[in-house]
Design a protein around this ligand. Structure first.
Ligand code: CO
Length: 185
């Protein structure tokens, strides 16, 4: 069957492929529908350029899911410094209300987690457990409950040297809900 189709394709191409009838049919099938040889030649180049762009462009958005089991679905958040702006989306896929199982994402130096969490909890539920104007915080989302989603957009240029992490500042959550921020060039 395959050999039969190959013969038909070769016939459709006429005598143009006189030097490679054995291996040519599969590669040249798209060309057989193109109106001119020039059009057929540009198609592979365009596809190649698209692939290159995809590989070179970093993703400037990440999605983290959280749940009723006091967990994020990842323990790493990769952020490219090539991004002018980075958007972090937080989803709460559980059902519990915000005041029982609230989650946010706070990004700060790993060494500052305990102090930032403590100050956030002192700030209270009205402030969504984030101290207003806390300069140790690179970015943070709002606090959400089950079924909700929130996002924050910030500039990765705010990161300095050193080790950064993300965590949930809801009281008692920072031990279970935390992960590493991985910065890439
Ligand atoms: Co939480």
């Amino acid at each position: 069957m395959k050999a039969y189709l190959s013969l038909i394709t070769a016939a459709a191409l006429g005598l143009a492929a006189c030097s490679g009838q054995q291996s040519a049919p599969a590669a040249q099938e798209p060309a057989a529908t193109a109106s001119t040889p020039a059009a057929a030649e540009t198609a592979p180049e365009t596809a190649s350029e698209a692939a290159d762009n995809t590989a070179a462009t970093p993703s400037c958005e990440a999605v983290i899911e959280s749940n009723d089991q006091m967990r994020y679905d990842t323990d790493t958040l990769t952020i490219s410094k090539q991004c002018d702006e980075f958007t972090l989306v937080l989803k709460h896929v559980g059902q519990m209300p915000k005041m029982a199982m609230g989650h946010n994402v706070v990004i700060t130096r790993t060494a500052d987690i305990a102090a930032v969490a403590k100050d956030g909890q002192s700030a209270g539920a009205d402030k969504e457990f984030v101290k207003a104007g806390d300069e140790r915080i690179v970015a943070h989302t709002g606090l959400i409950g089950g079924g909700e989603e929130t996002r924050v957009t910030f500039s990765p240029s705010q990161f300095g040297d050193g080790d950064y992490s993300f965590f949930c500042s809801f009281p008692g959550h920072e031990g279970m809900m935390r992960g590493k921020v991985v910065l890439t060039d």
